[in-house]
Design a protein around this ligand. Structure first.
Ligand code: GCU
Length: 604
């Protein structure tokens, strides 16, 4: 039996025998644990030389075939007669991390290719390995080191990495990335979204050095089946895979050693008496994983999230999610957010709202906000950009969505704050759509059976005053997310007073969106659209209606702060901003902010 078929047999055996844990196969995917103590990280952030290349001249030759002498070769004229028609070192700079749209006026509306180059020196000792890690690049990335292609990545909001051990030199390394944020029908998201298509290397880039045999990935969680048991797995990579792996939690005196199998994989489980993580008490433990060649640690919270009937239950207690939705728009400065400061500003605003939950819309946000939510005790709804009119029949589109789901779950699987994985937002009913989304949820459950699955669905009217939630996809979800715009796209604010809600699901419902646009500082009576008074009026009527919605277990109004959208073009009011924020693009709170704050104060 050759080693390949032997591997498959082992994988199938493990899959059937280990329910509710992140599945084996994905421990062998490209995810790489980062942001942990004990690992050498060398940031490549800062100024990168860039070439704006709308015709992809640096990639294709004049016959529109990929050239093997493109800009990734970073060529220099050999002598005065040599013909080279680009020069990174004389080209303009762009900051990484950061979108290009808000860094250079003429790139504000640019959608296309920009080449990025970063020079670096790196002395890699013998017996060490080196990876280049990207937090995210929007949308498509082709990555080269010293002229050699490392690989490609598609999807603007999840991390990826490549090993460069055999390619890195002591001096004169040049890392080149072809970034392309052109939209296309079969992509995820597809061509129409209500957010700005910020392009660029939007999150941090770093070199990560590890020993020859290293801890590639792990999942350490509270067991679903018991309150005093830790369960998970560890995957090591390298030549010696049958490693001893020791799990330690010094604070509770826990220390247990496991032996990895031929694939370097081991399930870990051990008894533990833990304080549970919750918004009131965001308890995190230092968790240490050690092998013969490496010792890393990070802070992990242990909590149990489940649904019981129509309740959302955290650590055995019913919880109401007092939340808000948010785009990854940098507070006050605008542009794609990426820093811990951006995250802290946003989560502090949630705290000021008396909130305990945030919906990170409509794509995975930077890891910093998820880790900070662990620290600050804020629950998270995380989502992949399967948004509006995706191409349901396109296999590539499905594989792309599946891959983004994998990368999202694999990055944040150890985060206590993340309780909900959302696989879609406002997608039109059809058989193809149902098949597509059903496959995604089945797959998500295999990857992670410890969290709740949801999606933002829509309702419909059965008569003037009765709305029904009966989207067939609700069947496959643990929690029903529901977006409604009664009082904004649908009538005036007081319409909410007479609406009666029905649902065919005895499941928890989260009103994942409602809201109204208001230009901060623009005032009028409560029926003057775009005024703060109209927005405030809508919130008051909504709150009255929400109390009557059956099975309501949470809400995340649309939206924490104004965000840029190319669909919003009303001069003097929108100016390419969606103004449904409770906080303006300048960070100023609108009247409705205090109405929601007070409502959440009342909800104990
Ligand atoms: C939709 C959608 C959001 C959008 C919002 C709006 O429901 O999910 O992405 O921004 O409505 O219209 O403001």
């Amino acid at each position: 039996m050759n080693s390949h078929s032997k591997k498959i047999r082992i994988a199938i055996f493990l899959l059937v025998t280990i329910p509710n844990l992140c599945s084996v196969l994905f421990a062998q995917s490209s995810s790489l644990i980062t942001n942990v103590e004990g690992r050498t990280t060398y940031p490549l952030d800062g100024d990168w030389q860039t070439i704006v290349d709308p015709y992809e001249n640096g990639y294709y030759n004049y016959r529109y075939q990929p050239s093997d002498n493109g800009y990734f070769m970073n060529q220099k004229p050999k002598d005065k007669s040599d013909l080279v028609e680009y020069d990174f070192d004389k080209s303009e700079l762009l900051k990484v991390p950061g979108d290009w749209n808000t860094q250079r006026e003429k790139l504000f509306l640019y959608e296309g290719t920009i080449w990025y180059k970063k020079d670096f020196e790196y002395h890699l000792e013998k017996g060490r390995r080196l990876f280049v890690y990207f937090g995210a690049v929007n949308y498509g990335a082709i990555v080269y080191l010293n002229g050699t292609k490392l690989g490609e990545h598609e999807g603007g909001f999840t991390p990826f990495n490549f090993e460069v051990t055999s390619l890195v030199k002591k001096k004169d390394n040049f890392l080149v990335v072809k970034v392309d944020n052109k939209r296309s029908r079969e992509f995820v998201p597809t061509v129409n979204t209500d957010w700005w298509n910020y392009g660029g290397i939007t999150r941090s880039v770093s070199l990560i050095e590890v020993p020859l045999n290293f801890i590639k990935d792990y999942c350490i969680q509270l067991s679903k089946a018991s309150n005093n048991e830790i369960r998970g797995w560890v995957q090591v990579d390298g030549k010696d895979l049958r490693q001893n792996i020791t799990l330690r939690i010094p604070e509770i005196g826990l220390e247990k050693t496991f032996v990895a199998n031929d694939n370097g994989y081991v399930n870990v489980n051990c008894k533990a008496t833990l304080e549970f993580w919750s918004p009131e008490m965001p308890k995190l433990y230092e968790v240490i994983i050690e092998t013969q060649s490496e010792k890393i640690s990070e802070r992990i919270g242990f909590r149990k999230i489940e649904t019981i009937g129509d309740n959302i239950v955290l650590n055995g207690k019913r919880i109401f999610l007092k939340g808000i939705s948010a785009h990854e728009e940098a507070p006050v400065r605008g542009g794609r957010a990426y820093s811990m400061d951006d995250a802290r500003t946003m989560l502090q605003w949630v705290k000021e709202l008396n909130g305990n939950y945030i919906r990170l819309a409509h794509y995975p946000h930077d890891e910093s906000i998820v880790r900070l939510a662990d620290e600050m005790g804020i629950l998270i709804w995380a989502e992949i950009p399967v948004y509006w009119t995706i191409l349901w029949n396109n296999e590539q589109t499905f594989l792309n969505a599946k891959n983004q789901l994998t990368e999202m779950i694999m990055r944040d699987k150890n985060r206590a704050s993340v309780i909900l994985w959302s696989v879609a937002n406002e997608t039109p009913l059809s058989e193809e759509r149902l098949i597509f989304l059903k496959k995604l949820t089945e797959y998500a459950r295999k990857l992670d059976g410890t969290r709740l699955l949801t999606a933002a669905l829509e309702h419909h009217y059965v008569n003037d005053t009765t709305v029904v939630i009966d989207d067939p996809f609700g069947e496959y979800l643990d929690v029903i997310g529901l977006n409604e715009y009664i009082g904004w796209y649908d009538g005036l604010p007081d319409k909410a007073d007479k609406i009666h809600w029905e649902t065919m699901y005895e499941k928890p419902i989260i009103i994942s969106e409602f809201g109204a646009d208001a230009l901060q500082g623009y005032h009028g009576d409560s029926l003057t659209r775009w005024s703060e008074e109209y927005q405030a009026n809508l919130y008051e009527h909504q709150i009255g209606m929400l109390k009557k919605i059956p099975h309501l277990q949470g809400l995340s109004p649309w939206i924490l702060a104004d965000f840029r959208s190319p669909r919003r073009n009303l001069p003097g009011i929108q100016d390419q901003w969606n103004r449904k924020g409770l906080i303006s693009d300048k960070g100023i709170k609108k009247k409705a902010f205090y109405i929601l704050q007070q409502f959440y104060q009342q909800i104990n």
